[in-house]
Design a protein around this ligand. Structure first.
Ligand code: NAG
Length: 246
């Protein structure tokens, strides 16, 4: 099992590059949809997108084990909220990968008698829940940072100065809102890892929202958001200090 975990960790970089390519294709296909001269290119992009998507499914075979392993680790976190959010996120992620693996087995003909559409919807459902739990974690961490900043003397002085220097802002907008935004920005600036993770999860959210019909955007939005989140994923892989912990 350790070997599976190690291997899937190693193949993460490849998965992210495949994912970025997949969504870049999706976005380009959307942008070129009305261009009749580029029909050949669109057909090529479509097949590249399909290759990336099925290639990623193969690399993801070990991810169920990987997610269960991660859940075991996050279960031991001493912070109750973090423990709950991250463990739930990892369990939902494991369930998502089970559905994903079943779909892979069907696509290569290992199993036949399953309803593809139902399993695919279930996969999106677990993925969505995992993202919601991850976002809850991000909001919790940001709120804690904001509370810390509000108590911090140095930061309070800076805030008072900011509010007195921009009286018109404070008058037009509710002063509390201005103070809230100031604390929010200061918190995000002080912890870019959380800021990036929030952006990444928020972008990812558009994919299952669209798939599940909760919020229907279009292929362009899904492609764009998927590309942004994949690029953030690559950045955090190459710059480990930008990855949220735990
Ligand atoms: C939720 O966060 C964990 C830890 O950062 C990450 O491993 C996982 O991929 C995230 N889940 C989703 C669905 O992105």
């Amino acid at each position: 099992m350790d070997a599976v975990v190690k291997f899937t960790n190693q193949s993460q970089g490849r998965d992210r590059i495949f994912r970025a390519t997949q969504y870049a294709c999706a976005l380009s296909i959307y942008l070129l949809r009305n261009n009749s001269e580029r029909k050949d290119l669109v057909a090529k992009l479509k097949s590249l997108e399909a290759v990336m998507s099925s290639g990623r499914k193969l690399f993801r075979l070990g991810n169920t084990v990987n997610s269960i392993d991660a859940a075991k680790r996050t279960m031991r976190l001493s912070d109750r909220v973090l423990c709950l959010c991250l463990t739930a996120a990892n369990i939902n992620r494991a369930l998502y990968f089970i559905c994903d693996n079943v779909l892979w087995a069907r696509s290569v003909g290992l199993i036949h008698n399953i309803d593809k559409e139902r399993w695919s919807l279930n996969a999106s459902r677990w993925y969505f829940l995992s993202l919601v739990m991850n976002l809850t974690r991000d909001v919790y961490v940001i709120l804690q940072l904001m509370l810390q900043k509000a108590r911090d003397k140095h930061c309070r002085q800076k805030m008072d100065q900011h509010l007195s220097e921009n009286p018109e802002v404070a008058e037009v907008v509710v002063p509390q809102l201005d103070a809230f935004l100031f604390l929010l920005l200061e918190s995000l600036k002080s912890d870019p890892a959380v800021a990036l993770d929030t952006l990444k999860n928020a972008c990812d959210l558009f994919i299952p929202l669209d798939r599940l019909g909760i919020y229907q955007s279009n292929a362009g939005v899904v492609g764009f958001c998927g590309l942004i989140s994949s690029v953030i994923g690559i950045v955090t892989l190459t710059q480990p200090k930008l990855k949220v912990k735990p």
